[in-house]
Design a protein around this ligand. Structure first.
Ligand code: ZN
Length: 235
């Protein structure tokens, strides 16, 4: 069963050189907590340890393995030696972490890979206290890009942003997959709170109504709103 009527607690930490949003999500009944995404520096560790009530970190979950989302994994594991879950299809990207800084023109940000305990796929669930977290695969931005959610909140990495979507022009990206993934993501309840890898919180319903990259979904579903951009075949 899935958690509480008001869902898991979500704390957002904007960290590192890329202003990435890393998250701590907490089961309200037990206090069991998970870190979702890491930043690429030790800033997240310092920010969590400075909280008035330091959360009981039970696991580390990744949405995808770009440097800004997974680069600090090895640092975090020095502090929290907990099970770590990565989308299986992101493995080809994950193994490039020691070179990703160089690929983005910032060799000083090359990072060790850290340890992966579980390579997971679409539909996988993990139990955090009394909260069930489900993994929704939304490939496109990266091969394994995915989202972690309960019934009220979803942490989407770089799948969807308030008013935008994740880039699909990286070497391992696929615009065609992103088109289909956004269609799936936006089939979730409109009131679901969306916590993105960059920028502010939004909801599925708000993005469906206004996001310029989701015009094709509005047309398919007869939702009034701006016609939107053509950014991939079928949009
Ligand atoms: Zn990314």
């Amino acid at each position: 069963m899935t958690g509480h009527l008001d869902g898991m607690q979500v704390q957002c930490f904007k960290v590192g050189a890329f202003d990435v949003n890393a998250y701590v999500v907490t089961d309200p009944s037990t206090g069991a907590s998970a870190i979702i995404d890491t930043g690429e520096t030790r800033e997240l560790i310092q920010r969590i340890q400075a909280l008035p009530q330091v959360p009981d970190i039970r696991m580390i979950l990744l949405t995808h393995t770009h440097l800004d989302h997974a680069g600090a994994l090895a640092y975090l594991q020095e502090v929290w030696d907990v099970p770590t879950y990565m989308p299986k299809d992101d493995k080809p990207l994950f193994v490039t972490l020691p070179m990703q800084g160089t690929m983005f023109g910032m060799p000083q940000l090359n990072r060790p890979c850290g340890r992966i305990d579980h390579e997971i796929e679409d539909g996988f669930t993990v139990q955090l206290g009394e909260t069930t977290l489900r993994f929704l695969a939304t490939p496109g931005h990266t091969p394994g890009q995915g989202c972690w959610h309960d019934d009220t909140d979803i942490v989407v990495g770089d799948t969807l942003f308030a008013g935008s979507i994740g880039r699909t022009d990286f070497p391992l990206s696929s615009p065609a997959q992103a088109v289909e993934s956004l269609r799936r993501l936006c089939s979730l309840p409109p009131e679901l709170r969306v916590w993105s890898g960059h920028g502010p919180m939004t909801t599925i319903g708000r993005e469906l109504a206004t996001n310029p990259f989701l015009g094709y979904l509005r047309r398919e579903r007869g939702i009034t709103g701006p016609p939107g951009l053509r950014w991939a075949p079928g949009t």
